[in-house]
Design a protein around this ligand. Structure first.
Ligand code: RRO
Length: 314
């Protein structure tokens, strides 16, 4: 029997035919990479975080894959916001929304970029990155609740496109509540939980050395290891934020079951980072197939049937 199972979802007013797409970061910096996502089964295209000017990023090696995940200290290598804004035109060839990640190096840069983006068509939404852990000397804005409020005031007053926020992982209940109180005061469309867990350290026992060059080896951790933290952040913000703010899950998604868990915690869409870097664009079709099979086994026809319905033990 042919399946009538749908993975479709809606983010920031745009329909995605699949709830699975790329995390900002891996393989989304060049036109070729963005086009490959366009041609794939990904439900949307999301750009690498853009700064005002193009950047080379940090010294290499700056990304290492391990059995359980990844460590990176890329340092925001990107082609500058104008390139990613202009790509919106090209992205129209694909039948899916194009989202742009923005990560200015200062509040002024963010505001400048957001104002300029108002002149561009076909950017379905902006994912404002408040959580890059890898620019030496720049703290993660998402860990400073007053600064987060301040930048959201500036940006939300100027943005033409819908705004979402990429959050760092939080680990303490009061922090979830403090950030949720900030976010609930603004007309944002979504939050993406989570960015990499910042400033981890992976070492090579044989050489007795760190494995990436920038920041004495400290970098953002992604992959298997961060899934429980990602799920906790999705779940907590799902319960604390106004229901008009969608949650996008990101962290530790390798297969359909991982995506299912994110949706069960409340995610309306699920991004793939470390596994996309490993596998390339084929991951979107494979994970979609696995998620569809799991939903069929469980008798769910669409993601709304189980989204957010995680149970407590009674
Ligand atoms: O480019 C990076 O080093 C980077 C960014 Br902007 C980010 O948001 N998260 C991450 O793990 N790396």
């Amino acid at each position: 029997m042919s399946s009538s199972i749908s993975l479709s979802t809606k983010i920031a007013g745009s329909v995605l035919s699949s709830c699975l797409y790329n995390a900002s970061g891996p393989l989304c910096s060049t036109a070729e990479e963005l086009q490959a996502i366009g041609k794939s089964h990904a439900g949307a295209i999301l750009s690498k975080s853009a700064t005002l000017q193009k950047r080379q990023g940090n010294e290499e090696p700056r990304y290492v894959d391990t059995r359980w995940g990844s460590i990176n200290s890329m340092g925001l290598p990107n082609k500058g916001y104008e390139f990613y804004a202009q790509f919106a035109q090209t992205a129209q060839a694909y039948d899916k929304p194009y989202f742009m990640s923005v990560s200015g190096l200062s509040h002024e840069d963010n505001l400048h970029i957001i104002k300029e983006l108002a002149n561009f068509e076909n950017i379905a939404a902006i994912e404002l990155n408040l959580s890059c852990p890898n620019v030496p000397g720049k703290p993660q804005t998402g860990y400073d609740f007053d600064q987060s409020r301040y930048i959201l005031e500036l940006v939300c007053a100027q943005a033409k496109q819908p705004i979402g926020v990429k959050l760092p992982p939080y680990f303490d209940m009061p922090h979830f509540e403090m950030m949720a109180a900030v976010l609930n005061d603004f007309p944002i469309s979504f939050v993406t939980c989570i960015n990499s867990i910042g400033n981890g350290l992976v070492i090579d026992r044989d050489s007795e050395s760190v494995v990436i060059k920038p920041k004495h080896g400290f970098g953002g951790i992604g992959g298997d290891f961060i899934k429980p933290t990602a799920l906790a952040n999705v779940r907590k913000f799902y319960t604390l934020l106004d229901k008009k703010i969608s949650i996008i899950g990101c962290g530790g998604v390798k297969n359909g079951a991982d995506a299912f868990e994110h949706i069960l915690c409340g995610a309306s869409a699920v991004q793939i980072g470390t596994q996309f870097m490993r596998e390339g664009t084929g991951c979107f079709e494979r994970v979609a197939g696995e998620l569809t099979d799991l939903m069929r086994e469980k008798g769910y026809q669409n993601i709304e049937s189980f989204r957010g319905k995680l149970r407590d033990i009674t």
